[in-house]
Every structure is written in C-alpha cells, then in structure tokens.
Design a binder for this molecule. Structure first.
Ligand code: FAD
Ligand code: DLZ
Ligand code: SF4
Length: 512
C-alpha cells in the first residue's frame, strides 16, 4: 500500500488534512481504541463510550465511501494498548511506504508522534490541523511582543479574518462585544424546548456494555447516554439549537437553575471537538440567523465569540505555553481535591447540583464550570493540577488543549495571569444573583460567618487575605482589597476563623 493514514479519536472529520488526498485504491486507514488513551486520566464512562461509538460510526462511514479501514476495538484479542504499538503492528503487516497523520490536540501525543519515524523506519508526515482558524504561527506572531494576551483583541483579529459579523471594517451593530446584555438570571421555564438527544443504537449499546465492563469504577453513569454519534446527528443537534435556543442564548448565558442543566446552551462542544462539526461552518450558520432577523445580535455575537474567540485563543495559549503549563501553581495552592467532587455529596446545593449533573451527563455549562466548581476550588486553595485532572476526566468535551487553559488559567489563576487579568473569585452573592441554587440550600447565603453561613462568603475573603502578597497589587482587585482593609480587625478575624473552620472540616473529610 501507499499510505497508512492514522486517525485519532478526536479527528473524525471527512475533510481532515490527512484524509484530503487519500485514495481508497492505494491507502489504508488505521483507527484504534486503546487502553492508554482511555486511562491516561480516568475518563468519565460517558466520555469513553461517546468517543468509541463516534469512532466506530465514523469508521463505518469511511468504509461505505470505499476505504479500507483497519479498526482495532478495545476488546479485540491482541489489542496492543497504545497508539505506537498498534501502529507498529499495522506497519509490519501492511508495509506502507509512508504514514500520514494530522497533528494531535495534546502535547503528550505530539511528543510521542515525533518518535514514530524512528520507531517505524518510515517517513511519517505530521500535517497541520487546519480545522482551527488560527495556525500556530499566526498565534505566536500575534502573541509576540505583547505584554498581555488579551482575548478581546485576538477575537477582533479573528472577526476581521473571517468577516463574521463585519460590515466592511466595522463590527455589525457598531460594537465588538455585547456581553453587557448577556448577564441576566433566568427563571424556570417548563415550556423551554427539550434539547435533542439520541437513544443508543446497536453500535452504541455494544460500546456501553464494553465500557461498563472495563471501566466500571470510573466516574459517571451510562443510563443517560444520549449523544449524537454520527455527523448527521450532530448536524441535527446544531439545527435544533439554532431553531429552539439561539435567540435566548445570550440573555441566559450566565444563568443557572436547579431544574435545568442545559438552559439555552448549544451542547455542541462534544461534536466540534471530536470533528463532527466544523467551527467556521457553525459560526456561519449562526451568523445567518442574525442576518435573516431570526436571532438578536447579543445572542449571535456572544455565541460566535465563544468559538472564534475563546476556543481559538485557549488553543493558542496551550501550544504557546506547553510543556509546563499544566504544572503551574502561581498561588501555591496545595489542598487535596475534596471527595465530594466524585460523588456530589455536599450540603452546598450549588456544588451538589453541578457535580450531580456532571456525573449524569458528563456535561456542565460554562458558568457552572467557572463560577461553581472552579470558583470553589480557587477559594478553597485546591492544588490546581488535581483540579485540572478532574476536569479532564469528567467532561465529555475535555481534551487538554481546551481544558487546561480554562482550568489552570481561567479558573485557578495558576498561570499568574497569562490568560485572565484577574482570578474569577466570587462570594455567595454572585451565585445567589445568577441562580436559584441558594433557595434550595441548607446554608444561608446572606449570613457571612458562623454556623449555617454560606461557606463561599468567608472563603472569599480568606482567599483574598491569604493571597494578598500576590494579588493586592492587581488593579482589577483594588476595590475588594479596599473593602477588606476598611473592615475592623475583629471582622477580618471572624472571616478568617470561619474559613479556617470550614477548611479543617474539608480536610478531615467531614460532610460540608
Ligand atoms: P455553549 O455555551 O453553547 O457555547 C458554544 C461553544 O463555544 C461551545 O460549544 C464551545 O465550543 C465554545 N466555547 C465556549 N466557551 C469556551 C471556552 N472558554 N473555551 C473554549 N471554547 C469555548 N470547553 C471544552 O470544549 N472542553 C473543555 O474541556 C472545557 N473545559 C472547561 C473548563 C472550565 C473550568 C471552564 C470554565 C470552561 C471549560 N470549557 C471547555 C469551555 C465551556 O465551558 C464549554 O465549551 C461549554 O460549556 C460547552 O458547552 P456548550 O457546547 O453547550 O457551550
Ligand atoms: C479521549 C480518547 C479516548 C478515551 N480513547 C481514545 C482511543 O481509544 N483512541 C483514540 O484514537 N483516541 C482516543 N481518545 C482521544 C485521544 O485521547 C485524543 O485524540 C488525543 O488526546 C489527542 O487530542
Ligand atoms: Fe452555594 Fe452558598 Fe448558595 Fe448554598 S448558599 S447554594 S453554598 S452559594
């Protein structure tokens, strides 16, 4: 054969760089389910089942297009357990002239890949992944010489580059960013349409049984498996988002409700990240809704910014700063991740809700990840590497290139401000404003200290106090530090004591 084309689990795009010149008559495609990828962190059961099922469906599609696909199932006898070993066996058996791959999303896999030429004694072409809008060099050029890597400025470059929501040289509507209109709370709405989900077909059922058998002790439940597992299904998810949820996407973007895990979010990160949906095509379809007058600008702009702004930007930061980025710990936080992150068993209703939904769906929306679990870990001084591994394990859309900058940078401020100019720290007041969690909680969000007080309140001030040396010079924290300094010694003392008391219980593994 001519080429052996190796496709990874998050490269399920027919227009992938390594497939573009593929010839069914001369080339063979290799895909493999391997233990090393399923266990380098202990992924959520739903995440493994989703990826394996999507891979199997994609392999079927390629076969239908006439390709020869060598597909290694996890339970095949003699499965070698890792990318390099499966590849080595395939090369020995098929004797290709060349191996073709698309660069992987994670640094650790690229490092491995760089050794494949020597391992195999064959040329290995590693092609750039042009499913992203911003190539590595373009991001490096944009970043070089800048003191601060401000996302907003990067985003404007991407708007100009793609022409999305542009009127000539100007942003549609006259402003680049409509976030100020996107910070409203929400009320329960029984009439809100249901998000599209799919009953597992035969292939998915097989995979679900396999995952239960092999990964039974990983976090998560498989009962609610409802993912799209083909490109066509993912397209339908996108269409139903555009029709049913996009117009309200903006106004409820930051809202949280006990009885509504998905609100008006799109639930498409799984499919973009795995390759079923093309980010630019998604944005063009969403822009069209604005142009046709079917969705307001604040919703459309907010959505497009997440994809051509944040998504591209975090990938840029990841490749700029790796290796080493995941080990950063600017605030020197050392506490172990509390056990309730694995069970949801805590009296704090905000955390029990978000973690419970995470266990059920391998999903939480952005503001839950940022302001509930992320905020809590930040305030409680949890070791950021443990927080990073938790997020990488529990979300079905998590790959290190997108997860690590969001966790290490955005939520834990462990990169000292490469990604965000201040830590996203907030007390119970923010959570109470943006959600209905506090109405269902045993703790009192209005109570600042002592028995029954919302733990986020004392933790917030203790966090600022504890990290004063590193953070009090931050311009964007000037106001809270001024408030802290204006308090009496006694008041500050009670906050410290209350926080210490809570953290002691946490460390002792007592129910909090
Ligand atoms: P929507 O709210 O509908 O947003 C639309 C799309 O915008 C998403 O599908 C996603 O592609 C993109 N997007 C939005 N915010 C971000 C962001 N901050 N970074 C990158 N893309 C973004 N996203 C992941 O895809 N994988 C992760 O592992 C991941 N980990 C996160 C960890 C933390 C601590 C935080 C704060 C955010 C994380 N995000 C991650 C970003 C965001 O939370 C998810 O993309 C989003 O919740 C996915 O749900 P959705 O498709 O319904 O998103
Ligand atoms: C996440 C994941 C899992 C759980 N399993 C596999 C697998 O068995 N085979 C595979 O090709 N890819 C898998 N993946 C996705 C890879 O981890 C991902 O391609 C790399 O991390 C690079 O982003
Ligand atoms: Fe969370 Fe505090 Fe509100 Fe309870 S009172 S839900 S702990 S913010």
């Amino acid at each position: 054969i001519r080429h052996l084309i190796f496709i990874l689990g998050d490269q399920l795009s027919p227009n992938l760089a390594s497939l573009r010149d593929a010839d069914p008559a001369q080339d063979v495609i290799l895909m493999c389910e391997v233990m090393a990828e399923a266990t380098y962190v202990r992924h959520h059961k739903l995440k493994i089942a989703f990826i394996f099922s999507a891979m199997r469906h994609f392999a079927e599609e390629l076969s239908e297009r006439g390709f020869t696909v060598r597909y290694c199932r996890l339970d095949d006898e003699g499965n070698k357990g890792s990318f390099r070993e499966e590849l080595r066996v395939a090369v020995t058996e098929l004797s290709p002239k060349r191996v073709i791959v698309t660069e992987p999303g994670e640094w650790r896999v690229l490092e491995d890949m760089k050794g494949w030429r020597q391992l195999l004694g064959l040329p290995v072409d590693i092609r750039a992944d042009d499913r992203f809008l911003c190539p590595h060099k373009e991001f490096r050029d944009w970043a070089s010489g800048r003191k601060e890597l401000t996302m907003e400025f990067f985003y404007r470059e991407m708007r100009r580059k793609t022409g999305l929501l542009m009127e000539g040289d100007h942003p549609a509507g006259g402003r680049w960013n409509y976030d100020a209109e996107n910070r409203k709370p929400a009320s329960p709405d029984l009439l809100r349409p249901k998000h599209k989900s799919y009953k597992p077909d035969a292939l998915s059922q097989e995979v679900i049984a396999l995952v239960e058998e092999r990964f039974g002790d990983h976090i998560g439940r498989l009962e609610r498996f409802g993912f799209a597992v083909t490109r066509a299904q993912a397209e339908t998810v996108l269409e139903s988002f555009i029709r049913d949820f996009l117009p309200q996407f903006g106004e409820t973007q930051d809202a949280m409700l006990v009885s509504d895990p998905f609100l008006n979010h799109s639930l498409i990160s799984f499919y973009i990240n795995i390759g079923f949906l093309d980010p630019l095509a998604v944005c063009r379809a969403v822009e069209e809704e604005y142009r046709a007058g079917r969705a307001p600008l604040n919703a459309v702009e907010g959505f497009i910014r997440q994809i051509i702004g944040w998504r591209e930007y975090v990938r840029g930061v990841y490749w700029l700063k790796m290796p080493g980025y995941t080990e950063l710990n600017f605030l020197e936080a050392k506490r172990a991740l509390p056990g309730f992150f694995w069970t949801g068993e805590t009296d704090m209703k905000c955390l029990s809700t978000v973690i419970g939904e995470t266990i059920d769906h391998a999903y939480a929306h952005h503001i839950q990840r940022l302001m509930i679990t992320g905020n809590f870990a930040l305030l409680a001084g949890i070791d950021p590497f443990q927080v990073h591994e938790w997020y990488l394990e529990v979300y079905a859309d998590a790959y290190e290139w997108v997860e690590a900058p969001n966790v290490i940078g955005m939520t834990q401020f462990a990169d000292g401000g490469i990604l965000g100019s201040k830590p996203y720290a907030a007390s119970g007041n923010y959570i109470s404003k943006m959600s209905d969690y506090c109405q269902h909680c045993r703790y009192d969000v209005k109570k600042k200290v002592g028995e029954g007080a919302c733990p986020f309140n004392a933790l917030y001030w203790d966090f600022l106090d504890r990290n004063g040396e590193k953070l009090s010079g931050n311009r964007r924290l000037a106001q809270p530090y001024a408030t802290w300094r204006r308090m009496s010694d006694e008041q500050r003392g009670t906050y410290r004591k209350s926080a210490q008391c809570f953290l002691k219980k946490l460390e002792a593994g007592e129910k909090v």
